[in-house]
Design a protein around this ligand. Structure first.
Ligand SMILES: *[C@@H]1O[C@H](CO)[C@@H](O)[C@H](O)[C@H]1NC(C)=O
Ligand SMILES: *[C@@H]1O[C@H](CO)[C@@H](O)[C@H](O)[C@H]1NC(C)=O
Ligand SMILES: *[C@@H]1O[C@H](CO)[C@@H](O)[C@H](O)[C@H]1NC(C)=O
Ligand SMILES: *[C@@H]1O[C@H](CO)[C@@H](O)[C@H](O)[C@H]1NC(C)=O
Length: 377
């Protein structure tokens, strides 16, 4: 156990870095990380009370023992334009087996300094801004009691990871901030997101190509764009998405609730075994939606999606829809959605006396129990 040493080292030098507000934090952070990574056993790195400026950093394993980061203070990302436009990350952990991050501290991405550089809604080939926290090829990790505010782009990106548990995570950015997804997952399996609050300008959780066996439980989403599978089908050779279980979650004032989105392109993959259970919608624009003609830009490739969606269950979904169309299944003509289950759906249209409605195209499945709106399956 080298925690005392690390504690002293981090503490003293971070205070200097803090006082002088120099880009000094990075060297210290790297030094401490490398020491901790090289040691066997459990190694603690403590970021104590206070606010520290930290330059973009990659914390690269493999390590010889288990790493535990206890973040108590606040880390702030730099606001320099040169850095915002040229780096895809702020803090990256990669190639690590056995990582714990906890402590109740905060990561402040200082997004307001960079959001006006984001022109992705106009330019499909835009450069993306830095993601606050990236995990690349990290196995067996637990991230808990962490706050992330105002990321410049997404808050957390999980890529090539297995067995990760995120618990008591609090993510926040304004509802009109561009592309500030809460948690993005791709090419990863056995990921759990539990007991968390995610309020941003984009997706609450987005699961792209290769996401497998994901559990999302007791999560509050909104504002933002809801929990999304996808978008899928934008690129060739995407991997399947399967084994998603979303349970006991609440959506408040979000643009979507439970969404699957695929582009209408010639690239094929499969989406199957998704279960959405015990969900409350509070004034959500599209509570349940499968959109196989997803097109966030004006000029998308037009055609039929080749992404096959099947075995998707919606069980006990209730609350209010902000729009009349509470349930939308807009599936592909050549790969219709198969085996969709609507089971006890109770969604009312909030802002008028009319009833909520549902719309199906190319969707096959069954309706069980109460159905409000009336099922179109
Ligand atoms: C993570 O697990 C995968 C699959 O078991 C393995 O191939 C990879 O080497 C592991 N990575 C690390 C950093 O331990
Ligand atoms: C978007 O911004 C980049 C610079 O970050 C610029 O090169 C590109 O031309 C811009 N695109 C549009 C459509 O404004
Ligand atoms: C469901 O979520 C609520 C809070 O949103 C929590 O109080 C309750 O314990 C959760 N129930 C289960 C079964 O997890
Ligand atoms: C479906 O997904 C759930 C939740 O991730 C998983 O536990 C289950 O084993 C999967 N079922 C099949 C048939 O793959």
């Amino acid at each position: 156990m080298n925690s005392i040493l690390f504690f002293r080292c981090v503490y003293i030098i971070f205070i200097l870095a803090c006082i002088f507000e120099v880009g000094y934090g990075k060297t210290v952070f790297e030094y401490v990380f490398n020491k901790a990574c090289q040691s066997e056993g459990i190694n603690l790195v403590l970021i104590p009370w206070g606010t520290y400026l930290l330059w973009p950093i990659v914390l690269n394993g493999p390590c010889n023992g288990l790493l535990e980061f206890v973040i108590i203070g606040t880390l702030k990302a730099p606001t320099d334009k040169a850095y915002s436009i040229n780096v895809d990350h702020w803090i990256t952990f990669q190639h690590i087996d056995g990582l714990i991050i906890t402590g109740g501290g905060k990561l402040d991405g200082q997004g307001p300094s960079a959001w006006n550089e984001n022109n992705c809604s106009k330019d499909p080939n835009c450069k993306t801004l830095p993601i606050s926290l990236r995990f690349n090829f990290v196995n067996n990790s637990r991230i808990s009691y962490l706050h992330s505010v105002n990321s410049k782009e997404a808050h957390v990106n999980i890529w090539g990871c297995n067995h990760m548990k995120l618990n008591h995570i609090h993510i926040i950015a304004p509802k009109d901030s561009p592309n500030t997804d809460g948690i993005r997952i791709g090419s990863s399996s056995n990921i759990e997101i539990l007991n968390s609050i995610i309020a941003t300008g984009d997706d609450c959780v987005a699961m792209s190509s290769g996401s497998k066996d994901i559990i999302i439980q007791n999560v509050k989403c909104g504002p933002g764009h809801g929990i999304s599978v996808g978008s899928l089908g934008r690129f060739p050779n995407e991997k399947d998405v399967s084994g998603l279980w979303v349970t006991n979650c609440t959506f408040i004032g979000s643009q979507n609730g439970l969404r699957v989105k695929t582009w209408a392109t010639p690239y094929s993959s499969n989406v199957f075994n998704l279960t959405f259970e015990d969900i409350i919608m509070d004034n959500v624009n599209n509570p349940i939606i499968i959109d196989q003609q997803y097109c966030p830009h004006a000029n998308c490739q037009k055609g039929n999606s080749q992404v096959q969606i099947q075995d998707v269950k919606y069980r006990n979904i209730k609350g209010t829809s902000y729009s009349k169309l509470a349930v939308t299944f807009d599936c592909s003509k050549i790969k219709p959605c198969e085996n969709i289950e609507l089971n006890h759906i109770d969604l009312t249209y909030k802002s008028a006396r009319g009833h909520a409605a549902s719309s199906c195209s190319n969707a096959k499945g069954i309706a069980i129990g109460q159905q409000q709106p009336r099922s179109c399956l």
